[in-house]
Design a protein around this ligand. Sequence first.
Ligand SMILES: NC(=O)c1ccc[n+]([C@@H]2O[C@H](COP(=O)([O-])OP(=O)(O)OC[C@H]3O[C@@H](n4cnc5c(N)ncnc54)[C@H](OP(=O)(O)O)[C@@H]3O)[C@@H](O)[C@H]2O)c1
Length: 217
Amino acid sequence: MRVFQIGAAGGVGQRLSALLVARGDEVTGMHRRPEQAAVIEATGATAVTGDLVADDVATLAERLAGQDAVVFSAGAHGTGTDATTKIDGEGLRKAADAAVQAGVRTFVLVSVFPDAGRAAGAGDAFEHYMRVKKSADVHLVGTDLDWVIVRPGTLVDEPGDGHVTAGPAIEYGDVRRDHVAAFIAEVLHTPGLRRSIVELTDGPTPVAEAVAALVDR
Ligand SMILES: NC(=O)c1ccc[n+]([C@@H]2O[C@H](COP(=O)([O-])OP(=O)(O)OC[C@H]3O[C@@H](n4cnc5c(N)ncnc54)[C@H](OP(=O)(O)O)[C@@H]3O)[C@@H](O)[C@H]2O)c1
């Protein structure tokens, strides 16, 4: 499978690239800063430069030509409300529209768990982030792509043990970036699971079983 990752140099992106390459997939990772090429290539993926803010839909579509799937795990990671709007919001819209234009049907989006930060008084910037993420989800759902929206709980870097809880509505919790990556890798290779929104936390179920259970619902 040919997978194009947007956000490939990030915490989830690097882990996912390495897993997909190990499965035998051909992975291309987009990055915006020159020094990120080495990080992506260290996973075994091919690095290409690109910027969700500067590039238009046609330019992104050219890069996506011939791919089987897109994974979008890019984000502004707390660099301000304007960056959140441009990257997590408008960037996702451009990437989804580019996938439509390029004829790449499968599109996996890393979104956010709807309960995140609700009890913490996280402030206006976080509420803005939550609104932008939701409206990005709405845009993707409105396309005719074979999308899967993954809504992870709070991301942590503790090494994974391969066990999660996944479902359309689950209790909020943390999830290891290793588990988000493993879950997406399994989803990409499970064509029976498409046009689904899945909440994801650490939990007791092996990733492959958790994905299979979503198909069987
Ligand atoms: N943190 C949490 O607890 C949490 C919870 C749920 C969901 N999420 C979401 O999970 C996703 C992945 O998280 P993560 O930890 O992997 O994030 P991350 O490490 O910040 O990775 C995001 C990647 O996106 C890239 N990016 C940003 N702007 C870009 C642009 N204009 N063009 C191309 N690439 C761009 C970043 O590159 P630069 O280094 O150049 O900025 C970075 O490599 C994010 O969308 C985040 O919103 C996070």
